[in-house]
Structures are given as structure tokens and as C-alpha cells.
Design a protein around this ligand. Structure first.
Ligand SMILES: C[S@@+](CC[C@H](N)C(=O)[O-])C[C@H]1O[C@@H](n2cnc3c(N)ncnc32)[C@H](O)[C@@H]1O
Length: 334
């Protein structure tokens, strides 16, 4: 095969491999094949699977490096053991469950490109699909631990007593800030269905007493006046169009005390909107299931912050060496 076509043929295999992985992770196959070899018959009976279909799927997982095979028995590779077994410290299966559900939205990309609108928006999915909300919110927590710790680390928190986490989801970022500064309390504003999961996550947390869950729609909720020292919008603005982001920033400005700061933390694009690659593709991800969402550039965010009244705008890379690196843009209320 001529080498210039290699990229195309690799992508054809990659999308097949991705769906094989999302399916297996959603069925939690890797918990059955952890620790010792599990036979095909046993896997099929425990998960109620068709034997021919399951054999083909498991063999494809072997070829992709997620399983090993001995006769008709399967065992996790080191990679699967580390990231795909429920309860593991670095488990990312919830996120893969979410990717599996959102696959349906990606299938509608052709239509979205013509109409500009997805068949089902994020709000529809959150309102109507319980399995989506759980996978989405727990999946968010799976991938948020490292960037949340780094963002808290890079933020001066000495003078902060109260923070508001707008669209805080599983509360991973609030958790990281509260761990860093034991004098802080945090409010997580999110939709009731999301906060149902957040409540479960915090039920056994030692931070529970310092966290308030505020049910509401961030488009409509009053953030209050002169109440907080820090307001965080992490991976929230990419779900919304520029007008809605602008409105939220104005509410954030009003809700901050003088000397307080807002942080927009998200994937961001370079000024010409074509790189980094992860961000350019994430923008398509927003296109397929949000009404007006997209990935913005840091320059665009700086303009929105200035328009809302913020000064001393600064920024920082978060998880700089990772493919899905993000940026934090800070704005101050003087
Ligand atoms: C991509 S998640 C980000 C979660 C968290 N901030 C993080 O960075 O891990 C977006 C969050 O916004 C919430 N959300 C979406 N639309 C909302 C709305 N209209 N009002 C309040 N929360 C909303 C979702 O429930 C979800 O928790």
C-alpha cells in the first residue's frame, strides 16, 4: 500500500477499534478478565452474550492489545488492568461508556453539517437519558483528577474563602481546591439530575460538610452579588454559544467580591482555530450534541472577559504534555 494512503486506512481501522473498546468497556468485560483467564462460555453466560459474536469481539480486543488469549480463555493486558477494571485508581471506563452513548450523536454528523443543529442536544440527553447522565458525569470525574489537581496547584488560594463552581458536575475541581485550602467552602451549581450523581460521589467524602449543592440552570440562575472570591467555569463554556458565555461572565463578575477571580478552564484553540488537533476535534464533538457549543481560542475568551469587566487577564497551560491539554484563563475583579 502506498505510504500516503496509510493515514486514511489507519483511520478506518481506528474507528472500528474505538467502537470495539467502547462496547467492551460499557459491558464491563474487563472486570471478568482481570487477574485470571476467563473462558468464553463463562463470559457469555455472565453477560448474556451470543457466543459467536462475543468470540469475534474478544479476539478483536486481543488484536488491539487489550486482552491476551490462551485457547478459548481471555486475560487482561497490563493496559486493560490499569485503566479498564471497575474500582481501579486510574479507571476510565465511565468515560468510555459516555463515548459509547455519544457515538449515536457522531453518526448524525452529516445532518448536523447541513442543519447546524444536533438531533438531540446535551440538555435533551441530560433530561431524558439516565444512563447518559451517569456515564457523562462519572466519566467527567475519571478524566478530571489530574487537571483539577494541577489547576488548584497553579491558583493562589490563600485569600479565598468561598468558591462557586458553575456546572461543576462531579465536583472534582471543587474537591481539588478545597483540599488545597482547608479554610475554603464551595458551592456546586448544576442541574438537578447531575447533582443526583454528585450527591452520591460526595456522600462518603470527608469534604462533604464544606460543599453546598445548588440546583439550577446556569442560564437562569442568579449567581448573587459580592458573594464569592473565586468562580470557576471548567469545561462549561464549550457547551455554549458566545452570547450565553458572555452572559454567564457578566453574572460571575457581579457575584465576585472585589479582588476575586474568575477562571475559564477548557480545551482551547490557537488563534487560527485549527490546532491543537485534540481541540479541533473536540469542537466537532460539541457540534454533534450541543446547540451552539464549540471550542474557543484563548484570544476569544480574553475578549469576552474584558467585555464583562474583568482585568488582569492571565493564562496557564494545564497538563501541558498530555494530548488533551487544556488552558486556564484568569480574570480579576478589581
Ligand atoms: C462538561 S461538564 C463539566 C463538569 C466540570 N465542571 C468539570 O470540568 O469536570 C458540563 C457540566 O455542565 C452542566 N450543565 C450543562 N448545562 C447546564 C445548565 N444549563 N445549567 C447548569 N448546569 C449545566 C452539566 O450537567 C455538567 O455537569
Amino acid at each position: 500500500m502506498p505510504s500516503e494512503i496509510k493515514k486514511i486506512s489507519e483511520l478506518v481501522s481506528s474507528y472500528r477499534e474505538a467502537k470495539v473498546l467502547f462496547t467492551a468497556a460499557s459491558m464491563d468485560i474487563f472486570s471478568l478478565t482481570a487477574g485470571k483467564y476467563a473462558g468464553l462460555e463463562k463470559i457469555c453466560s455472565l453477560k448474556n452474550l451470543d457466543k459467536r459474536a462475543a468470540r469475534i469481539l474478544l479476539d478483536a480486543l486481543v488484536s488491539a492489545g487489550f486482552l491476551k488469549k490462551r485457547q478459548d480463555k481471555y486475560l487482561n493486558s497490563a493496559l486493560a488492568d490499569k485503566f479498564l477494571v471497575v474500582g481501579g485508581k486510574e479507571y476510565v471506563g465511565n468515560n468510555l461508556r459516555y463515548q459509547n452513548i455519544i457515538w449515536e450523536a457522531w453518526s448524525g454528523l452529516d445532518k448536523v453539517i447541513k442543519t447546524g443543529r444536533p438531533a438531540e442536544s446535551l440538555m435533551d440527553l441530560l433530561a431524558n437519558r439516565k444512563d447518559f447522565t451517569e456515564g457523562y458525569i462519572r466519566g467527567m470525574a475519571d478524566i478530571a483528577r489530574k487537571p483539577a489537581a494541577e489547576l488548584a496547584d497553579r491558583t493562589e488560594t490563600g485569600k479565598i474563602s468561598e468558591m462557586l463552581d458553575v456546572g461543576g458536575g462531579p465536583g472534582t475541581y471543587t474537591e481539588a481546591f478545597l483540599k488545597k485550602n482547608p479554610a475554603m467552602t464551595g458551592t456546586i451549581l448544576d442541574l438537578p439530575q447531575t447533582l443526583g450523581i454528585t450527591r452520591k460521589i460526595f456522600s462518603s467524602s470527608p469534604l462533604k460538610k464544606r460543599v453546598r449543592l445548588m440546583e439550577g440552570n446556569y442560564h437562569k440562575a442568579d449567581f448573587g452579588k459580592d458573594k464569592y472570591d473565586l468562580i470557576l467555569l471548567s469545561h462549561v463554556t464549550h457547551d455554549e454559544g458566545p452570547a450565553a458565555v458572555g452572559k454567564m461572565l457578566k453574572k460571575a463578575y457581579r457575584a465576585l467580591r472585589r479582588g476575586g477571580r474568575v477562571i475559564i478552564h477548557d480545551f482551547m484553540l490557537d488563534p487560527d482555530l485549527t490546532s491543537p488537533r485534540f481541540s479541533a476535534l473536540f469542537s466537532v464533538h460539541m457540534l454533534v450534541y450541543t446547540n451552539k457549543g464549540q471550542v474557543y481560542s484563548e484570544k476569544e475568551y480574553a475578549g469576552m472577559l474584558r467585555k464583562a469587566g474583568f482585568k488582569n487577564i492571565k493564562s496557564a497551560d494545564i497538563c501541558k504534555n498530555m494530548e488533551n491539554r487544556s488552558r486556564a484563563v484568569f480574570g480579576g475583579k478589581t
